[in-house]
Design a protein around this ligand. Structure first.
Ligand code: EPS
Length: 403
């Protein structure tokens, strides 16, 4: 999925912390730890988050790959501390604690329907579902957002911005899709001002009421968010081989986020119900738009991708998140110690994390786009990458008017 840029994360939800290692970034990119902290902070917000977010203050400490504010071209490591670890020292100890009982080890034997608990236990041959749920937890997304913030810094050097907003929570839906802005950071400023990251204030109020009602009922809610990327040049990704298609790479990256169940690009599933004439985006010359090769689309049902390549129009991707599977009024399950029917475990959790998931979606999109930019423009340093980018734009500019 990622080819020129790679990352890996490690860490459990209530362990010491999370670490991410990002490889493939060029040397000479200015990086500021404050940018990482700002993105991590955005992920912690949102109406519907549980008490855990009152404990954590995610900042992100750069451990390697950066010197005097600039990348070195080497792997970049970022550390995110779990403050909650103080309360889990025994249960999450790396060393054995032979004297500890089941309660202080916080063992879990009542798997939650919808969670990784049961399949994970069976697959990894564990007795305690905590061995599974600690890693399958969406706490891991903090590490992805740290990596994504570095990818965003690279994209910003080329005028590419990535933003997101929430379209639906449960039954509450934003009135209509917004016109993509020319700069997605503006979209983020507006979305971040809403407790549910929704740009439609009436729908936002409904969403908050829906979350409060779900919380009162011991239930959870999912939803849909949209990620938008602006300023992309035409021709990232390719049609020539299945694994080079950018739509497939984006969908895989987004579907890898915990609890995501669907991805739509542009008009998505709506396009399947409409005739071709109502779907495809008519083309006209526009010599002012060099990065699009001197052409524009009259609309953007394709969501900025044709044939697995960027068209130069804004990239628009929507993602469906299922309701979280930790319910305060739990569903039927089995007690794994006796195989008798029992209610699933109740653990402190969030009621709705769609606003936070949208920020994670931005990170994954930024990583895929940074990867595609590195693939197309290469170079060991930012300067070399910039030279290649400029040469490409110049070449596109020279084509303009040729037809
Ligand atoms: C999560 C359960 C909750 C969430 C957590 C993901 O944590 P806890 O069990 O500690 O209350 O808050 O998300 C985060 C910690 C985070 O940083 O996003 C789960 O079970 O997936």
């Amino acid at each position: 999925m990622l080819r020129a840029i790679r990352f890996t994360t490690a860490g459990e939800s209530h362990g010491r912390g999370l670490v991410v290692i990002l490889e493939g970034m060029p040397a000479g990119l200015g990086l500021d730890a404050k940018t990482v902290a700002a993105e991590l902070g955005r992920r912690q917000l949102g109406h519907g988050r549980g008490d855990r977010m009152r404990i954590e203050r995610d900042e992100g400490e750069i451990l390697g790959g950066v010197r005097l504010g600039e990348t070195l071209g080497s792997p970049i490591a970022v550390w995110i501390e779990n403050r909650d670890f103080e309360n889990w020292r025994v249960a999450m100890s790396a060393d054995p604690v032979p004297e500890a009982d089941d309660e202080s080890l916080r063992r879990v034997h009542l798997p939650r329907p919808g969670h990784a608990d049961l399949a994970g236990l069976l697959k990894y041959d564990r007795e305690d579902a905590r061995d599974v749920l600690e890693r399958s937890s969406a706490r891991e997304t903090a590490a992805r957002v740290a990596a994504g913030s570095l990818a965003k810094s690279l994209l910003a050097e080329f005028g590419v911005t990535v933003g997101s907003h929430v379209l639906r929570i449960g039954d509450a839906e934003a009135a209509s899709a917004v016109d993509p802005p020319s700069d997605a950071t503006q979209m983020n400023r507006e979305a971040d001002a809403s407790p549910v990251r929704c740009l439609d204030p009436t729908a936002a109020a409904e969403m908050m009421r829906a979350i409060d009602a779900a919380a009162a009922a011991g239930d959870t809610l999912g939803g849909v968010f949209e990620v938008v990327a602006c300023g992309l040049p035409v021709g990232l990704g390719s049609y020539v081989s299945w694994e080079e298609r950018l739509d497939g790479r984006l969908a895989a990256a987004l579907m890898s986020i915990q609890a995501m169940k669907g991805v739509e690009i542009g008009a998505g599933f709506l396009a399947a119900r409409s005739p071709g004439s109502a779907v495809h985006d008519e083309i006209e010359p526009d010599r002012s738009r060099t990065a699009s090769g001197g052409y524009r689309r009259r609309r953007n049902n394709a969501g900025g991708l044709e044939g697995g390549m960027t068209t130069g129009e804004p990239l628009v991707v929507r993602v469906a998140m299922k309701p979280l599977s930790t319910l305060m009024r739990p569903l039927d399950s089995v007690d794994l110690r006796s195989d008798e029917p029992a209610r699933a475990v109740r653990e402190r959790s969030d009621v709705c994390a769609v606003p936070a998931a949208a920020v994670v979606g931005e990170a994954m999109v930024a990583l895929v786009l940074a990867d595609a930019m590195r693939e197309k423009f290469g170079g060991d340093s930012l300067g070399e990458m910039r030279t290649n980018h400029e040469a490409y734009l110049e070449r596109l500019g020279r084509r303009g008017g040729k037809a």
